[in-house]
Design a protein around this ligand. Sequence first.
Ligand code: SF4
Length: 430
Amino acid sequence: MNPRDAEASKEPSMLLQKELLADHYTRLARAKAEGRPVVYTFVPGNLTELISSLGFLPVLPEINALQSAMRKKSADFINRAEKIGHSEDVCTYVKCDIGMSKAGNLGPTGEPLPKPDLLLLSYTGCFTFMKWFELLKQEYDCPVAMLHVPYQGDGEITGAMIAYILDQLRTSVIPLMEKVAGRKLDMSELSRRLALSSRAEDDFVAVLESAKRRPAPIDAYFGGVFYIGPIFSAFRGSDDAVRYYAALRSEVEQRVAAGEGPITPDGPMGEQKYRLVVEGPPNWTSFRDFWRMFSSEGAVFVASTYTKVGGLYDGGFRHDPERPLDSLARYCMGCYTNLNLPSRIDLIERYVREYGADGFLIHSVKSCNSFSAGQLLILRELEKRTGLAGGFIESDLVDPRYFSAANIKNRIESYLQMIEQKRGGKRGAA
Ligand code: SF4
């Protein structure tokens, strides 16, 4: 590991997260021997508390893909998938996951991930998820439980939409999960887990909102992707998640008290010259280099939409132990990728104003139509509403062929100059 990378990973919460992940992958490696059922499922609109209440261990194929990219393995996996006929235009998360399964489906610990006993398709906002699980169904020939989550086309969640989800949960999703798990759902266990989720969500929101301060104690995009890890994946609804978010919050509060900024790949961040809001996922193949392109210029992200794909908790939503299934339904429909364009624009505008941003940036990824469709319209509308400079850069999630470092760096530098011009030469946001 590069010594500068080692420095970035010294935060106690990161070490704790590493520990949680290692334990999770150890449990997965033992799952078959111990007779524990394994479910493959997705991040946006996941039913984590339901999954764990029934004793399943989850594997998230999107996480497999992004971890492969960070370990520099995605190019080979994508190549394998393209060789067996998946077009260049297919989402690279899908191709990376398919290629990884063809290469032995080895997890980050080097051990093979267990095959699924169930595919739980509770997708939101993106039709690709359905095609992805069609492919995995061919690969693993196991049952598929599908929860269809209505899109917030009119920008609201109606009673009929909730009733539609509840009906699916009660009549098809939960009965199939119970059948595969070989046990009945204990509603009091589900409620217990939802109460734990809610506690972790409070601490998570406090961490996100800490970036309203000057200097911002976190980077809400590059640091943010680590902070969403446990709550968006296997750990929501567990004591481990409560422990992680309490530790993270206290770490961030200590930085606030000391007037410190986030830890970047090159150590503690210096002067914060630009406060930015960002729309779109990060690039994973050159993650730390991408981060450095901003941190070395004194640019910090104070809010991001990507950290809302697994739930819009800073909009007030909390999982509710008193209304377990209803709250799962509302959670699924509230995820960021399930929002229509006007709602997304309103949200980014709110972030720009509430977080005192100097500008907003769109990182458009080639793979993801769900994110990228309409982003130019978002850019223009936000420029009009806020009067601030908007930036637009392009790359991909996990396909290194679409990360052109020199080009992206140029674009970022020009964008920051635009902010300077708008300020009339005055510098210094912090
Ligand atoms: S297109 Fe986007 S939202 Fe859909 S599976 Fe790919 S990365 Fe996820």
